[in-house]
Write a protein that binds this ligand. Structure first.
Ligand code: GLC
Length: 554
């Protein structure tokens, strides 16, 4: 086992970190209530250390009504009692730091939960009050204000406005509307309000004071909005309609950067400075703005999650991401999966043109995924990305090669997408099913009290205990890759070798290479094979859909 020696005082740790996303309610359940928690996570810190990651990104663990899996935060300075408390949070920080693993927490600044004390105060206070000014309340259109103030739509379907009762009317009718770009239980803050700005600086300090090493910033591109009257029309949210000059009505406006420069000042008050990564869905050319050194430092590169399994497309996308990060003085971030996406072991096992939401509605029956192919490609893709300069974000379960649970029954779904779209889209729960830790037992070792989303019987094959015992399992491949990477990865330099069609050859400083095959076999050059996602025979031919890392002697 490699000795983890990473220095917790290194200010640049995030530039090349392997960050493992924990979706806490589905990771490990310590108290047997069917919901994952901090006790379960603390218990699995040895597993994470053995895996060889550098940091954990913890998705929201705050008190929440769970209208959107915890991204509806009711109190930004506490832990959901179903998940733990602040004492356990401190234990988690200590347990991770003992293993030289850092902790990044999710911060959700675009909206609170509707149970937040500020939103409750806003509802009670009525129109024109300072309480309402922290959110975005407007009078409705139409003779009696019965129509929403604009045509804006929610990401989850339906109008982005919900009407509230008027507190001064005895009948409780005729009130204003508030904006929620996500679920109605997620009212958007008004970021032109100084009180909102100050509050979040204070929240950053609250967690940084508790030893948190970094922040993942939810919907970073959404905070600034054009609220000038009359509200502009914006009937559709899609990348294609997003303006790329900083003047879009709802997203990626120039003013958002002033907010993040303020955040960076606070993050730099700490030693080492706290890291941050933006979740920003912006025009590609504008992504580097979020990653500037005086802003967040990193922004997720999502291009690859849209890329089918094809060498030319992968290479183009990788080179573009590298160039973008370089332009910002940032480091790239590689992502294949997260809690919002269909797991990549499944994506890569489906025809490239499959409409994923429609496919999920068939419960994964039409077409049937090719699991073996998907897994081979997923293993190859992971090794390819881990060979690149920059940081890699892994999503819990991908180290097991876990596929999407495409056949979740409709009545088990938790994602607001399901209800908000009139039962025409299943949403993201298939990637959020609690992890299998053991082949048997209640909820495959997730906990002693079942699992908040049903686990299929085939989860058994992917259980940690099963993969632990198989030398060639995906779990052992990730362990080997992370151990090798910790030794090999040097510098930011990378060149792409002159490889045949269907092959990507990554050349790194220090004489090591990563070779990936997309549907074709490739003979490997001379050199020691350090890690390989598929068996290589005496003929030294790397099979199709595989990656091998080699040390090339000078
Ligand atoms: C981000 C999160 C997603 C959430 C949304 C609203 O995109 O990743 O899970 O639903 O923000 O907070």
């Amino acid at each position: 086992m490699p000795i983890r020696s990473r220095d917790l005082t290194d200010p640049d740790w995030w530039r090349s970190a392997v960050v493992y996303q924990v979706y806490p309610r589905s990771f490990a359940d310590g108290d047997g209530d069917g919901i994952g928690d901090l006790a379960g996570l603390i218990d699995r810190v040895p597993y994470l250390a053995r895996l060889g990651i550098d940091a954990v990104w913890l998705s929201p663990f705050y008190p929440s009504a769970l209208a959107d899996g915890g991204y509806d935060v009711d109190d930004y300075r506490d832990v959901d009692p179903r998940i733990g408390d602040l004492t356990q949070f401190a234990e988690l920080v200590a347990a991770l730091h003992r293993e030289r693993i850092r902790l990044v927490v999710d911060i959700v600044p675009n909206h609170s939960g509707s149970g937040h004390r500020w939103f409750e105060a806003a509802l009670a206070a009525g129109p024109g009050s300072p309480e309402r000014a922290r959110y975005i309340f407007r009078d409705g259109l139409g003779e009696h204000g019965e129509l929403p103030p604009s045509d804006w739509v929610s990401h989850f379907g339906g109008s982005a406005w919900t009407r509230v009762p008027d507190p001064s009317s005895a009948a409780g009718r005729g009130g204003q509307w508030y904006l929620h770009l996500f679920a109605p239980e997620q009212p958007d803050f008004d970021w032109s309000n100084q009180e909102v700005r100050d509050e979040f600086l204070d929240i950053l300090r609250f967690w940084a004071d508790r030893g948190v090493d970094g922040f993942r910033v939810d919907v970073a591109h959404g905070l600034a909005k054009d609220l000038s009257e009359p509200l502009a029309s914006y009937p559709r949210i899609h990348r294609d309609v997003l303006k790329d000059d900083g003047t879009d009505v709802l997203f990626d406006r120039d003013e958002v950067h002033e907010i993040f420069r303020g955040w960076r000042t606070v993050l730099n008050e700490y030693e080492p400075p706290r890291a941050a990564v933006a979740e920003a869905w912006a025009a590609p050319a504008r992504l580097p703005l979020y990653a500037r050194p005086d802003e967040l430092g990193q922004t997720f590169e999502f291009d690859l999650v849209l890329e089918p399994w094809d060498a030319a497309g992968f290479r183009r996308s990788i080179e573009t991401s590298l160039a973008r990060a370089q332009a910002a003085g940032a480091s790239s971030t590689w992502v294949l999966s997260n809690h919002d996406l269909v797991r990549h072991a499944t994506r890569f096992g489906l025809p490239a043109d499959v409409d994923l939401p429609a496919w999920l509605m068939t419960h994964g029956a039409d077409p049937v995924e090719d699991r073996a192919l998907g897994l081979a490609r997923a293993r190859a893709a992971a090794l390819l990305l881990l060979a690149l300069p920059g940081s890699a974000y892994l999503y819990q379960g991908e180290e097991l090669g876990l596929p999407e649970v495409a056949d979740l029954p409709f009545d088990a779904l938790e994602d607001p997408i399901w209800e908000r779209n009139g039962h025409t889209e299943k949403g993201r729960d298939g990637a959020r099913v609690p992890l299998p830790w053991t082949a048997d037992g209640s909820s495959f070792g997730f906990g002693s009290g079942g699992s908040h989303l049903p686990q299929p019987g085939w989860f058994r094959e992917f259980a940690v205990s099963v993969e632990d015992a198989e030398p060639d399992s995906t779990l052992n491949l990730y362990r080997a890759a992370l151990a090798a990477r910790a030794e090999l990865l040097v510098g930011d330099g990378v060149t792409f070798g002159d490889a045949p069609d269907g092959v990507i050859e990554v050349q790194r400083e220090g004489g090591w290479r990563s070779i990936t095959t997309f549907g074709v076999p490739a003979p490997l050059p001379e050199g020691e094979i350090l890690v390989s996602s598929a068996a290589v025979g005496d003929d030294r031919v790397l099979p199709p859909d595989a990656t091998a890392w080699l040390r090339i002697s000078a």
